[in-house]
Design a binder for this molecule. Structure first.
Ligand SMILES: [Zn+2]
Length: 113
């Protein structure tokens, strides 16, 4: 598996990588439809209230990951990773280099289109 810099803490198989937050079904579907998924990882996440394990799949992508988790009949969607704060730097013609001030992840963006 790649090294995903935007994940700050990973406590392993029974936890979601951190940080994470709830997102809507729409955001989840848009994210996994519009981005290349590099890895899918199955975990069983500890539910803090009920002490049971919830089946979860994590979809690892370039600058963020998403997870879907099932608790009885309820389905939860999570966004995993740094809430990026990008700083843009022009690196020639139409290319910009975006660097996150928090986690250091780097993206090159072609702004010609
Ligand atoms: Zn970041």
């Amino acid at each position: 598996m790649k090294d995903y810099k935007y994940i700050i803490t990973d406590r392993g198989y029974n936890y979601l990588p951190e940080p994470y937050k709830f997102v809507s079904f729409n955001e989840f579907i848009q994210a996994i439809s519009n981005n290349k998924i590099y890895d899918v990882e199955f975990r069983q996440i500890k539910n803090t209230n009920k002490n049971i394990l919830l089946n979860t799949n994590i979809f690892y992508m370039d600058i963020v990951s998403y997870a879907v988790c099932i608790d009885n009949n309820n389905i939860f969607y999570y966004k995993i990773g740094c809430e990026h704060d990008f700083e843009s730097e022009n690196i020639g013609n139409c290319y910009n280099k975006l660097t996150c001030k928090k986690c250091g992840i780097v993206q090159n963006v072609d702004s010609s289109d």
